[in-house]
Design a protein around this ligand. Structure first.
Ligand code: SAM
Length: 278
């Protein structure tokens, strides 16, 4: 089995470091750094860390990236995607701008699709993926569409595959914006209209939120076919975001008792059930 060091060296030797002049992630970062050089360092190192940690998680659960069809949903101009391309079997992107898809196709050599205006339209998307990675989209959605996008994006995950997405916690705001929420009761979900796109996306549909672990776990449970695998807290996977991993339960497992009844002869089934009761 390939190890993380081999993956890291493939990433570094084959990453494409072209930056789109339209990349908002870069432009936004530029406002916080003194020079282009520092901004580039941040842009590349933060994207690399996420890609490395994603691969690290997959290796931990016995999945080799070179066998994985990955969807980077809400990929922007590929801050993270560029590091994934050298190591995954296939990488597809989705976002809301044709320009972004053109960048991915022309510069990174990968295909993408436009994310629809309404989450429910995703259900008819023709492809499914082993892993769907969503960094910094669920941190921007209002509560009423959060659940809709979660369910719709989760429908793109193959059985036994993984959805890996980021959120903003109260702990993060306590560090980055001290005082913003301290005086308030910690509601499960708080949304406000403010974003980094300078008018490209409406703040009412793409703003900012903070939410609790309880909220995310309840939403994952509501999906009905998701098992919550892991939560990485801020600093463990990304510098600021929390990361959640949910796995799609295979149909044969959601209906386990039925499968067992059909698979085992009646006498063996009775014995197994009896043993479990003792
Ligand atoms: C904060 S950026 C993150 C980009 C990239 N994941 C990264 O971390 O560099 C959020 C991205 O979500 C995209 N986005 C917003 N609404 C979306 C939607 N409904 N479907 C897909 N992408 C969306 C935006 O266009 C933007 O590129």
């Amino acid at each position: 089995m390939i190890n993380l060091n081999q993956i890291i060296s493939a990433m570094h030797s084959r990453v494409n470091k072209a930056i789109s002049p339209h990349c908002e992630m870069y432009r936004y970062a530029r406002t916080g750094f003194a020079s282009e050089e520092d901004t580039q360092d941040y842009y590349f190192s933060s994207g690399f860390e996420l890609a490395k940690n994603l691969c690290g998680f997959l290796l931990e659960v016995g999945v080799e990236p070179e066998h994985v069809d990955l969807l980077d949903f809400a990929a922007g101009y590929g801050r993270i995607t560029r590091w994934l391309v050298p190591t995954f079997k296939s990488v597809t992107v989705a976002d809301v701008e044709q320009n972004m898809l053109a960048f991915h196709e022309q510069v990174l050599g990968i295909q993408g699709f436009l994310s629809p205006a309404k989450a429910k339209s995703l259900y008819s998307h023709p492809d499914r993926y082993d892993v769907v990675f969503v960094f910094s989209l669920f941190t921007h959605l209002p509560k009423h569409t959060w659940s809709q996008w979660l369910a719709a994006i989760f429908s793109l995950v193959r059985e036994s595959g993984y959805l890996i997405f980021s959120t903003h916690s109260y702990e993060m705001f306590a560090e980055l914006a001290p005082g913003k929420f301290e005086s308030q009761h910690k509601k499960n979900f708080v949304f406000w209209e403010g974003n980094e796109t300078n008018g490209r996306l409406q703040t009412s549909i793409y703003g900012s939120n903070v939410l609790t672990d309880e909220f995310v776990k309840r939403e994952l449970t509501r999906l009905g076919n998701a098992s919550h695998v892991r939560r990485y807290k801020k600093g463990e996977f990304d510098r600021f975001h929390d990361i959640y991993v949910a796995r799609k339960i295979a149909k044969s497992r959601t209906n386990n008792s039925l499968v067992n009844v059909l698979t085992y002869p009646a006498s063996l089934w009775r014995r197994l059930k009896g043993q479990r009761q003792h």
